[in-house]
Ligand binder design. Sequence first.
Ligand SMILES: CC(C)(COP(=O)(O)OP(=O)(O)OC[C@H]1O[C@@H](n2cnc3c(N)ncnc32)[C@H](O)[C@@H]1OP(=O)(O)O)[C@@H](O)C(=O)NCCC(=O)NCCS
Length: 149
Amino acid sequence: MISYRLMKPQDTPGVFRVDQDCFIHNWSLESYQNETENILSNYIVAELDGEIVGFGGFWLVIDEAHITNIGVLEKYRHCGIGDSIIKEMLSLACQNGCVGMTLEVSADNDPAIKFYKKNGFVKEGIRKNYYGNGIDGFIMWRHNLEYEK
Ligand SMILES: CC(C)(COP(=O)(O)OP(=O)(O)OC[C@H]1O[C@@H](n2cnc3c(N)ncnc32)[C@H](O)[C@@H]1OP(=O)(O)O)[C@@H](O)C(=O)NCCC(=O)NCCS
């Protein structure tokens, strides 16, 4: 059974492995270690039989939650783990007094855009060439988190 819980320092190698499996622009292991000491950071991990199979994090900026990364190991995708992680993140953001959650997503990342839309996020802006090579970043928001409580 998959469990969803807050990231601990000992989870960082597993989180780093998920990062490597998911992203082109990777964070270092040290970056994730630093996140466990950053009071603004909030990370949820998904654990299956002792293995970190997915994670998602956000920075608490006053009353906004800014998503840093969210990813699921490729072999475990499309079976609801991402949905469960973001629901945990939304709940955690609410508990911390956030009224909105936001992120940037690559304009060519259709699975992620569909994923965010399914979870109530809407596109509210574009950062031109944010990812280089002419690839824009979409700014997406989910407002009114307080109504989740
Ligand atoms: C985005 C991501 C986290 C989704 O995680 P997941 O566990 O696969 O997602 P879920 O199984 O919970 O799917 C939830 C919804 O997302 C959408 N979705 C997920 N993968 C999709 C795909 N490949 N194609 C189309 N829609 C997809 C669907 O709407 C899906 O709902 P449905 O199953 O009812 O159709 C995962 O695809 C991933 O790790 N991608 C690589 C990293 C990444 O791009 N992160 C986002 C950076 S901004």
